[in-house]
Ligand binder design. Sequence first.
Ligand code: HEM
Length: 273
Amino acid sequence: MASIDASIAPARPARRTDWLGRSATFCYLAIAAGQLLFIAFILLYYYPPTLTGNFADWNRKPIITGFVAGDTAGNLFFAVHVLMAAVITFGGLVQLVPAIRSRWPAAHRWNGRLYLVSALTLALGGLWMTWGRGTWLNYVGAIGITLDALLIVLFAGLAWRAARSHRFADHRRWAIRLFAVASAVWFMRVGYMAWGLATGGAGIGKAMDGPFDLFLAFANSLLPLAVAELYLRAGARGTPLARQATAALLGASSLVILAGSAGAWMVMWGPYI
Ligand code: HEM
């Protein structure tokens, strides 16, 4: 696991005994555990009906607008979206492992291209489903996910451009920011569950229009992005105190992620497969 440590390691080489490096590894492992559960749900719930054309089965669980008879374009966009959702989530986890990057650079490059294509497909397709198909519950939620889509497109472009021009330190920074915002829809589910476990659902509205819903509509991308930014800054030029504080923040975030992911599996995903 020391290799994962180095994957998201600060520009200043992280020693194995360094708390920032250790907690970054722990945070990666917590994210990986939660995202693997999300991937398992997508593969078991969405893949079989999508690949066999049995689209009506998408609606076995509560969603806003899944299969609609006669809406060929909308159904196809939804199908591509859920198929790519597993690809991007798995691809992101693989891309952050440095052993793969150093031992199989070609695999890193091809997986990187696939990640960028899936990021653009999900962001642009998701924008069409939101505004073209009209899949939204309230304006704040729709604007929050739109912001996420725009950040995904922006960071994907910047990560790609930095890699093309061999500015690898910049590439790593933009790629980590891209990973944070491309994981926003997963963070949202985990965030709801962690908050629900801690407070019993305070501030969650019936139409997802309570104060917590409105907060999470933007926090799902901006909060992980802020934590990633603190981590990048602490790693590059943080004082020992800043590094320790960031390590503590990553450690606490990891515990929240583990609790929220377990909750998401028990409530949102597991019961439907
Ligand atoms: C980039 C990573 C993304 C992943 C992994 C992802 C994943 C998913 C999944 C698994 C679903 C199925 C609904 C469920 O079972 O909960 C879904 C639905 C949807 N996604 Fe995404 N998504 C991503 C990005 C986006 C973006 C950026 C937007 C909007 C701009 C978006 C808009 C939608 C919409 C409108 C639906 C239909 C929701 C419903 O009918 O309830 N997605 N997405």
